[in-house]
Ligand binder design. Structure first.
Ligand code: HQG
Length: 180
């Protein structure tokens, strides 16, 4: 069951963040897709998902990657998109310190240019070291950078909190970073 939910999660991530058009879907403002459209399109593409499985996948997802709207009729990825979409994120005041997990081979670039968003819409920052460590560990031995988010915010940088607790910002100049 866990494997099946992981497979569904990857499938959803691919289509709700990166390639909705592969299923003939288009994301609505906020990143939403009607659940019925998603289920029909997945089945047509040879990857049928039962509605209860979808609900379990959204509810049990380790990083709360997805959510339903209040009616339960639409679904979206909470963050991590590469396709053009207005996520209608709300600006907020971040905690004083946030964290970013990365790996050694990126450090030279990061010290030269700061953290940039690459192919995603924003730089993703974690609330705690343990989460940042997991993010970094996807690529190798994790290195944790501490982000002086409070000072950045006071200096006028905008922050957005995604529905799953990840803090997002456009870029982090190197002056706000410290290696822990
Ligand atoms: C690095 C996953 C060189 C940056 C994760 C990172 C997270 C630079 C990589 C979420 C750089 C980008 C986001 C610069 C940044 N020079 N390297 N100037 N600026 N980098 O995957 O933060 O499973 O786009 O350090 O768990 O790793 O998808 O971002 O290593 O929550 O839900 O470039 O994605 O969540 O990598 O991960 P990514 P990320 P999901």
């Amino acid at each position: 069951m866990k494997d099946r939910l992981t497979t569904i999660s990857k499938y959803l991530a691919r289509h709700l963040r990166h390639a909705p058009e592969d299923l003939g879907l288009a994301l609505e403002p906020g990143g939403w897709v009607p659940v019925t459209d998603l289920l029909e399109a997945s089945a047509r593409a040879g990857f049928p998902i039962a509605r209860p499985e979808l609900v379990r996948c959204v509810e049990s997802n380790d990083k709360q990657r997805f959510s339903f709207d209040e009616t339960g009729e639409r679904i979206r990825a909470n963050q991590g998109h590469s396709v053009e979409v207005d996520l209608q994120l709300e600006e907020g005041r971040p905690p004083e310190v946030l964290y970013h997990g990365t790996v050694a081979r990126f450090l030279a670039g990061i010290w030269a240019e700061g953290l940039d968003k690459g192919s995603r819409h924003h730089v993703h920052l974690s609330l705690d070291v343990a989460t940042a460590r997991k993010v970094g560990a996807r690529r190798g031995k994790p290195i944790i950078l501490q982000v002086d988010a409070g000072r950045m915010h006071r200096d006028g940088h905008k922050f957005y909190r995604s529905a799953n607790g990840v803090w997002l910002t456009d870029s982090v100049p190197a002056e706000y970073l410290v290696q822990t």
